[in-house]
Design a protein around this ligand. Structure first.
Ligand code: MCA
Ligand code: AMP
Length: 523
C-alpha cells in the first residue's frame, strides 16, 4: 500500500530496507531501521506524555538528527508541527507560539533560554524538551518527559493523507507572520511530483545544508529523501569550504541551495583554484536553486567552473514546489521552468494591487499575477479566515503575489512581485515589519525600508530615516542594534541613509523607487 503520511514513509522504508543508510551527520550514520527506532521511542514518550492528534508542537532548534526525530515523532502522534526560524528573537518566536497555541516546544541548548522567556507569556505551552542533537543521548530526555505506561510497542500512527502536518509561518504583509496549513497529502504529493521530475532514486544521496525550518530544506530536501528511500547528509549550516569539499569528494549526488550559496561556492572555488585544487564534483548529478532569483551569470559560471547546469525551480511555503526547469531538456537561464505534475498555473493581468499600506503597488509592464491550483496548495492560513479569503480567487485559485510571463514553450519567468517583499539570501523580509521596528526607536520620525541589489544576498535590506529634530540623537549603529534586539539579524538594515524627508507624490504616497535611488547613493 502506498504510504499516506510522512511517518509511514519511514516505517515503510525501514520495513523494506532496514539496513540502508538514511542519515549521516558529523561522522554518525543512521540506517532506516535505527532511525525509525529512535522516532518510535520518541513518539511513545510523546504519547505517554499526552500528545494528542491535532496538538501543535513547535520546533525551535538547529539542523541536527534530533530535529528530524522530533519532527517525525510529533507527526507520528498525529500532531501538527510548527517550525520556527532559529534566528527569530523574542517577539517573532512569541507570535508564532502564541498564534499556533503550541502545547510543546522542542528546542536545543542554543534556544532554551529564549524559549523559557517566551514560555512565561504563552499559557498554552505545557512542556519544553531540550534536545542534544544526538538521538542516542536524547533517548533519556524523551523518556523523562512522562512516566512510561510500560508499553514498549510504538503507538499507532494516527496521521493520514488529510491530517494537518505543518503550520508553516510565512512573513505577512502586515508585519505579523501567518501560518500556512499543509497536510500530509499536500507534502507527499509534492515530494513525489518533484521526485519524478528530478529522477530521485533510492541510490541518491542529498547534501542538505539549508535550514530545516523552511519548506526548501524540509519539504524539498527531507521529504524528498524519505519519499524515495534515499540518503541524506545533514550539515548544521552552510559553510562554503565544507560544502565544496563534500561535493568534490563525498557521496552526494544531489545538492539544493539558494543563489547566495552558489555565489559563495564560486568564490570558494576561485580561491581553491588559485591553490591548484580540483573543482569537479565526484558524484553530483543535480544542482538545484530556488527561493530567490538565480542570476544568469551565476548559472553560467557554475556550469563553467563545476561542469553542472543548475536546475532552477520556483516554490512557495503555501504551495510547496510549483515549477522547475526540466531534468532532460533545456534549462533556460532566468526562467523557473514548467509546472510540476499536478500543478495548474495561470497568469491573470493585474493593473494595480493593494499594497500593505492600502496604496497601489507598481506592477510595471505587462506582468500578470501567477495563480495556481494543485494537490500541494494550502487550504488556507491557520485561524485567519480574512487572509485565507484574500489569498484565493472566487474560483479557487491561490494568488501567489508573484508576477510572471510565459514564453512560447510554456516556461515561466518571474518578473516581479505584487507584494513588497525583500528576499535576502533566501530569507523573506517584509519592509513593514522592519519599518515598525525602526520607528519604535526614540528619535526616529519616519522610515521607509526597501531592498537594494546585493552581490552576495541578491537583495539587502536598506532604510531611509527621517529623524525627529526634538528627539534623542540617532545613528546608524544604534538603528542596527535596536533592530537586532527586536528582529532576526537578517532583517536588520545593512544600508542606512538619514534624509530630510521621504519622497512622496502629490497624494502623499511613498515613492519607493525614489527611496531606492536615494539609498543607492548612500555610502
Ligand atoms: C545570515 N545573515 C543574513 C542572512 N543570513 N543577512 C541577510 N540575509 C541573509 N539571508 C546575517 C546574520 O544575521 C549574521 O549577521 C551574519 O549574516 C552571519 O550569519 P550566519 O548565520 O553565519 O550567516 P550564513 O550562514 O552565512 O547565512 C547565509 C545563508 C543563509 C546560508 C545564505 O542566509 C541561509 O541559510 N539562507 C537560506 C534560507 C532558506 O532556506 N530559504 C528558503 C525560504 P549578524 O551577526 O549581524 O546578525 S523560501 C522557501 O522555503 C520557498 C518554499 C522556496 O521556494 O524555497
Ligand atoms: P516563502 O514565502 O518564504 O516561501 O517564499 C516564496 C517566494 O520566494 C515566492 O513567492 C517567490 O517570490 C520567491 N521565489 C521562490 N523561488 C524563486 C525563484 N526560483 N526565483 C525567484 N523567486 C523565487
Amino acid at each position: 500500500m502506498t504510504p499516506s503520511s510522512l511517518p509511514h514513509l519511514l516505517i515503510d522504508a525501514a520495513a523494506r530496507h532496514p539496513a540502508r543508510r538514511f542519515l549521516s551527520f558529523e561522522g554518525n550514520a543512521y540506517s532506516y531501521a535505527s532511525f525509525a527506532e529512535h522516532v518510535g521511542a520518541a513518539a511513545a514518550a510523546l504519547r505517554d506524555w499526552g500528545l494528542c492528534p491535532g496538538d501543535r508542537v513547535a520546533l525551535y532548534l538547529g539542523n541536527t538528527p534530533s530535529y528530524l526525530v522530533a519532527y517525525l515523532a510529533a507527526l507520528w502522534c498525529g500532531a501538527a508541527v510548527v517550525p520556527a526560524n532559529t534566528r527569530y528573537r523574542e517577539a517573532e518566536l512569541q507570535h508564532l507560539l502564541h498564534d499556533a497555541e503550541v502545547r510543546l516546544v522542542v528546542t536545543d541548548g542554543e534556544g532554551d533560554a529564549l524559549v523559557a522567556t517566551v514560555r512565561t507569556a504563552t499559557p498554552s505551552i505545557d512542556a519544553v524538551v531540550t534536545l542534544t542533537g544526538a538521538p542516542d543521548e536524547d533517548r533519556r530526555i524523551w523518556a523523562g518527559l512522562a512516566p512510561s505506561e510500560g508499553d514498549p510497542r510504538p503507538p499507532a500512527v494516527a496521521a493520514g493523507n488529510d491530517t494537518l502536518a505543518l503550520i508553516a509561518y510565512t512573513s505577512g504583509t502586515t508585519g505579523k507572520s501567518k501560518g500556512a496549513m499543509l497536510t500530509h497529502g499536500n507534502l507527499l504529493a509534492n515530494a513525489r511530483a518533484v521526485g519524478r521530475a528530478w529522477r530521485w532514486a533510492a541510490e541518491d544521496h542529498l547534501l542538505l545544508t539549508l535550514p530545516l525550518f523552511h519548506i526548501h530544506g524540509l519539504g524539498v530536501g527531507f521529504h524528498g529523501t524519505l519519499a524515495h528511500g534515499a540518503a541524506l547528509t545533514l550539515h548544521r549550516r552552510f559553510d562554503a569550504t565544507a560544502v565544496l569539499e563534500a561535493l568534490e569528494n563525498g557521496p552526494a549526488t544531489l545538492f539544493f541551495g539558494v543563489p547566495t550559496m552558489y555565489g559563495r561556492l564560486l568564490n570558494e572555488a576561485g580561491e581553491r583554484a588559485r591553490r591548484g585544487a580540483g573543482r569537479r564534483f565526484a558524484r553530483v548529478r543535480l544542482l538545484v536553486s530556488g527561493s530567490a532569483p538565480l542570476a544568469a551569470d551565476t548559472l553560467e559560471r557554475v556550469e563553467h567552473v563545476f561542469g553542472q547546469r543548475i536546475l532552477e525551480r520556483y516554490g512557495m511555503t503555501e504551495t510547496v514546489m510549483l515549477t522547475g526547469n526540466p531534468y532532460d531538456g533545456p534549462r533556460k537561464a532566468g526562467t523557473v521552468g514548467l509546472p510540476f505534475d499536478g500543478v495548474e498555473l495561470r497568469l491573470v493581468a493585474v493593473t494595480a494591487t493593494a499594497g500593505p499600506d492600502g496604496g497601489a503597488v507598481d506592477t510595471s509592464g505587462a506582468a500578470a499575477e501567477v495563480q495556481v491550483r494543485g494537490p500541494s496548495v494550502t487550504s488556507g492560513y491557520w485561524k485567519d479566515a480574512d487572509a485565507t479569503a484574500a489569498s484565493f480567487t472566487p474560483d479557487g485559485w491561490f494568488r501567489t503575489g508573484d508576477l510572471g510571463v510565459l514564453d512560447a514553450d510554456g516556461y515561466l519567468t518571474l518578473s516581479g512581485r505584487a507584494r513588497e517583499l525583500i528576499i535576502s539570501g533566501g530569507f523573506n523580509v517584509y519592509p513593514r515589519e522592519v519599518e515598525e521596528a525602526v520607528a519604535s526607536l526614540p528619535g526616529v520620525r519616519e522610515v521607509a525600508v526597501v531592498g537594494l541589489p546585493d552581490p552576495d544576498l541578491g537583495e539587502r535590506v536598506a532604510a531611509a530615516i527621517v529623524v525627529a529634530p526634538e528627539g534623542p540623537a540617532v545613528d546608524a549603529e544604534g538603528v542596527v542594534a535596536h533592530c537586532q534586539l527586536q528582529l532576526a539579524g537578517f532583517k536588520a538594515p545593512r544600508t542606512i541613509a538619514f534624509v530630510e524627508e521621504l519622497p512622496r507624490n502629490a497624494m502623499g504616497k511613498l515613492l519607493r523607487q525614489a527611496v531606492r535611488d536615494r539609498l543607492l547613493e548612500a555610502p
